[in-house]
Every structure is written in structure tokens, then in C-alpha cells.
Design a protein around this ligand. Structure first.
Ligand SMILES: N[C@@H](CCC(=O)N[C@@H](CS)C(=O)NCC(=O)O)C(=O)O
Length: 233
């Protein structure tokens, strides 16, 4: 969005990110994303986003005004144990395709999905209802314009839409649905999310992890080509 040049390094959350060199030099938690900004190494997406906004003065996304910033922060704290749980709907729909298992039953799901994430549909429904209510009061999550709150929420929710992964039913949430349309208008939306249409409806996914991996590689090429167009400082 800000045309800041960067080098995108693709890794794998289950392999490369769990190797001792990544755990020691980048992120002891072994998760992605992480950033290395000339030796400043950070992990946790919200910490990375705030660091970049503060470094480059992107006060539209991370307002300088005390109260406006507090509203963004309010959402960012809410995100982790609420919106983030939507990932369960993604993994529940995705796991059978990854392992190429047809018609898995509940026993299979119990064995193959994260224990703490089972039966969480109430958390997800509550989170979606709360976000929908927030969006009833303003065009975006923390006020009248796009902020880090929207970017964080959208990365979790946007991919599950019917036209992409198709694993969350948003019909009950008219404000979220309206907000999706606005988020899609942001600069470089298509380039940043090239992987979404490439993977498509995950209920129809064929080829398991191989398909997901090649879609990610193709999307990374789109991203890298886009970044080459940005002015170098
Ligand atoms: N709270 C973290 C979540 C990071 C996270 O869970 N990343 C996933 C990929 S989307 C991951 O690396 N998972 C591997 C694991 O948990 O071991 C953030 O916002 O950066």
C-alpha cells in the first residue's frame, strides 16, 4: 500500500520456520510472519505493522491522535483470541484436502486438528457478530478510514469469502460484507492476495499440499514483480 520496497522471503511454517537457525536468529516461536529490517528482527504481525507505521510516519493507518490510536489498539488486542479463531474454519475445511482424505468423520477431525481449536464455532460466531456491530457504527473497524485494525482483520476474514476459500458463511453479517467490498478497493489488493483466487474454493481443492505450495510460489512471483515497480530510495 505504501510502495515501500521489500524483499519477500518465502518460508514454510512447518519446516523452515521450525529449524534451529530460524528459531535462534529470527523467531523463537517458529511462526510467520517475521521481518528483518537492517538487523531489526521482529515477529508477531501487529508488532511488525506498528513498527513500520511508526518508522515511516504512516499516521493514516496508525493515527497520531491519542483516542483514534486507542481505538485501533482496542481492535488489535481483541483480534488474537477472537477474530484469529476463524482460522479454525479454514483449517477444518482445508485439512482433508491437504491430507487427501475423502469424507472425513468427526473422529478423523478430532485426531487431525488442534485440540484447543475444536468446537469453537461459538467463539467464531461471537467474533463475527462483534465485528459486524463495530462496522455498523463506522465505515471501517476503528473509525471512518482504513487503519491497521482493518488490515489485520481482513487478512483473517477476507480469504474465507465465498469467492475465495469459501469456508465461512458471511450472509448473516451485512456490515462485514459491505466492508469486504471497500477493502478490496485498497491499493495492490489483487497483487497482495494473488494466492486467494489461485487456491480458490478449498472444498474443491485437488492435489493437496502440492497445489497449495505451487499457488503460493506463483503468488510470491506476483508480489516480487510488483515490488520491483516501487521507487528505490
Ligand atoms: N499472533 C501471530 C500468529 C502467527 C501465526 O500463527 N502464524 C502461522 C501462520 S499464519 C504460523 O506460523 N503457524 C505455525 C505454528 O503455529 O507453528 C501473528 O500475528 O503474527
Amino acid at each position: 500500500m505504501k510502495k515501500l520496497p521489500f524483499e519477500f522471503v518465502m518460508t514454510s511454517q512447518n519446516k523452515a520456520a521450525k529449524q534451529p537457525e530460524y528459531l535462534t536468529a529470527v523467531n523463537p516461536r517458529g511462526t510467520i510472519p517475521a521481518i528483518d529490517d537492517n538487523g531489526v528482527v521482529l515477529w508477531e504481525s501487529h508488532a511488525i505493522l506498528i513498527y513500520l507505521c511508526e518508522k515511516y510516519g504512516w499516521n493514516d493507518l496508525w493515527p497520531a491522535d491519542l483516542v483514534a490510536r486507542a481505538k485501533v489498539n482496542q481492535y488489535l488486542h481483541f483480534h488474537h483470541r477472537n477474530t484469529r479463531e476463524v482460522v479454525v474454519q479454514w483449517s477444518r475445511a482445508l485439512w482433508p484436502a491437504v491430507f487427501e482424505v475423502e469424507n472425513p468423520d468427526e473422529t478423523w477431525f478430532r485426531r487431525n486438528t488442534f485440540a484447543g481449536l475444536q468446537n469453537n464455532s461459538r467463539v467464531v460466531n461471537d467474533a463475527l457478530e462483534i465485528i459486524d456491530r463495530m462496522l455498523a457504527n463506522s465505515a471501517f473497524i476503528a473509525g471512518p478510514t482504513v487503519t491497521l485494525a482493518d488490515i489485520s482483520a481482513y487478512e483473517e476474514l477476507g480469504q474465507n469469502q465465498q469467492k475465495y476459500a469459501n469456508c465461512t458463511d458471511y450472509k448473516k453479517y451485512p456490515n462485514i460484507t459491505r466492508w469486504f467490498i471497500e477493502m478490496e478497493k485498497l491499493p495492490f489488493h489483487r497483487e497482495a492476495h494473488a494466492v486467494w483466487p489461485l487456491i480458490g474454493d478449498i472444498n474443491q481443492l485437488r492435489g493437496g499440499m502440492g497445489t497449495i505450495s505451487s499457488a503460493n510460489k506463483q503468488a510470491a512471483t506476483v508480489l516480487r514483480e510488483t515490488v520491483t515497480q516501487f521507487p528505490q530510495s
